[in-house]
Design a protein around this ligand. Structure first.
Ligand SMILES: Cc1cc2nc3c(=O)[nH]c(=O)nc-3n(C[C@H](O)[C@H](O)[C@H](O)COP(=O)(O)OP(=O)(O)OC[C@H]3O[C@@H](n4cnc5c(N)ncnc54)[C@H](O)[C@@H]3O)c2cc1C
Ligand code: SF4
Length: 495
């Protein structure tokens, strides 16, 4: 720690966001470009270099946070980049997208605002690219072993990069026309611009990873054929089977899944479409589901120019502070958080019928009604108690021309036949079964990421990718020096 009193003399300061009126007129990242670097060394210097750094333990990647905080405080960017990349293949993704459970576990957070760990991570990653500290690292020699990775989200990409660097010949199969999984067609560019993804893919190609896009394993190529052609197979197909809302009126036109809406918007950004067929411009939009996917729909609808946007959350509004009994430090607490999209909705007053930031809490959808032509026009809801029982006299109706369902995902999509062709054992909850070492019931076939863990986070996906790579390397060669930050059974720290 460069300044032992940094945490006492420097207040927490975060990477500022651009003014709402400015940023909702474009699709660029919400942050002020260039505004992080001037503040970040002082922020990193708030780290107390604790004897037991809980942040490091809470991060599924085991990021060496106190080490790189110290290096950034001393402005040794090259060493900081080396230490960061020792545990994280894609820190510019997590530095923008991670909800930062590490900050909830920061020792300073016991009685002060936490160190801005996520911002420090992002600053190191961006600086590393600017300074050329992240060249491609192709292997010195090839092992002669081959691996097929199915799915090109953060899990598949991390696994592929680790295995390629270990000398194996890796081909990534992706059913979409572009690589990236939810980083490409789920997450909007105002959260992370696609150029960060492109830059990594360029690095991976230069290292020797091969990509086979527009290839749906199970249909375009049989899954058991891949088993024959490759020495090992990693399934990283994500959890894309969405949950439904079986209420009267669901069949009306204008009601769509979030993951029907968001990919089309991302395709406009990619230049494939001029306007999304589901563009929210001029429409009254209601988003059913209070999570991050719903918030992404909110930010997208605001930028589309919706007439109003309301987000419904079945849970009661959480408090502003951690409940020390139910969710004590260093766990990640459920508290009231204001994402960039909620800030935009609040400032633009896009939902006059809702609470200040467009959310209606403890709201349960009863039914939809439409116009004479079969198009949705209204959503009928009721307030519920903690047991989801309706509260008498709380029914209300919202105008709704476009309804977006963001109710989560149950597991991998089974319609392509991959699971059945391989005869994979599944859990009752819909995810792929595996042992602690990521091996499925089929020899040589491993499963990682959301497909096996269930819907999760980018940081867990990268940790799964790194860990499954170590397991596959061991399977192929008898031993492995690749790091395995988690076992398949590890879960986020909870009470
Ligand atoms: C809208 C949205 C926003 C999110 N925002 C955040 C966020 O801000 N921060 C965060 O930490 N997490 C976020 N998440 C969660 C995070 O994106 C996921 O946990 C993560 O992407 C999972 O990675 P994955 O590689 O396991 O799966 P995915 O990213 O889903 O990738 C799976 C890939 O497999 C491909 N595939 C599937 N079947 C086949 C097949 N048969 N053949 C070939 N390819 C196939 C799919 O097309 C896809 O490209 C978000 C999720 C959603 C839905
Ligand atoms: S990946 Fe997430 S949990 Fe880990 S250090 Fe970065 S922000 Fe924190």
């Amino acid at each position: 720690m460069a300044d032992p009193k940094g945490f006492m003399t420097t207040p927490r300061e975060e990477w500022p966001r651009r003014p709402v009126e400015e940023r909702v007129r474009d699709w660029d990242e919400v942050y002020v470009p260039g505004a992080l670097l001037p503040i970040i060394s002082k922020q990193a210097d708030r780290c107390m270099d604790c004897g037991i750094p809980f942040c490091h333990d809470v991060c599924p990647l085991g990021n060496l946070i106190p080490e790189w905080n110290d290096l950034v405080a001393r402005e040794d960017w090259r060493a900081a980049a080396d230490r960061l990349h020792a545990t994280n293949n894609f820190p510019e993704f997590t530095g923008r997208l991670c909800p930062a459970p590490c900050e909830a576990g920061c020792v300073l957070a016991i009685n002060q605002p936490a160190v801005t760990i996520k911002n420090v991570e992002c600053a190191i990653a961006d600086r590393a690219w600017e300074e050329g500290f992240t060249p491609p690292r192709p292997p010195d020699r090839l092992s002669g072993r081959t691996v097929a990775v199915i799915g090109s989200g953060p899990t598949g990409l991390a696994a592929a990069q680790q295995l390629t660097r270990a000398g194996h010949t890796v081909a990534v199969y992706e059913r979409d026309d572009r690589v990236g999984g939810l980083l490409r067609y789920g997450i909007p560019s105002f959260k992370m611009e696609k150029r960060h993804l492109e830059r990594r893919l360029e690095q991976m190609r230069a290292e020797g990873t091969r990509f086979r896009t527009s290839t749906r394993v199970g249909r375009d190529v049989a899954a058991d054929e891949l088993r024959t052609r490759y020495d090992a197979v990693v399934i990283a197909t994500g959890a894309t089977a969405w949950r439904e809302l079986p209420v009267p009126g669901r069949e009306l036109a204008g009601i769509h899944q979030a993951m029907e809406y968001l990919p089309l918007s991302n395709r406009v950004g990619e230049g494939d479409l001029v306007v999304s067929p589901l563009c929210a411009a001029g429409k009254h939009v209601v988003i059913v589901g209070g999570g991050d996917t719903g918030a992404d729909c909110l930010g997208t609808a605001v930028r589309d120019g919706a007439a109003s946007v309301t987000q419904l959350d079945i849970y009661a509004q959480p408090g502003a502070d951690r409940d020390e009994d139910a969710e004590p430090w260093p766990t990640y607490p459920k508290i009231y958080r204001l994402s960039a999209a909620h800030e935009e909705a609040r400032d633009l007053v896009t939902a006059p019928a809702a609470d200040a930031d467009a959310r209606l809490f403890a709201a349960s959808t009863l039914r939809f009604t439409g116009d004479g032509s079969g198009h949705v026009r209204s959503l009928h809801l009721v307030e519920v108690d903690a047991g989801r029982r309706p509260l008498p006299g709380t029914g209300r109706t919202l105008p709704a021309d476009l309804v977006l369902l963001a109710l989560g995902f149950s597991g991998p999509d089974r319609t392509d036949g991959l699971v059945d062709q391989l005869g994979l054992a599944m859990h009752a909850r819909g995810t792929i079964a595996r042992d602690a070492g990521f091996a499925t019931n089929v020899p040589g076939v491993f499963a990682a990421g959301d497909a096996a863990r269930g819907q999760s986070l980018i940081v867990w996906a990268i940790a799964e990718g790194r860990a499954v790579a170590a397991a596959v390397d061991r399977y192929l060669t008898g031993s492995s020096r690749l790091p395995a930050p988690i076992s398949a059974y590890d879960r986020p720290m909870a009470v």
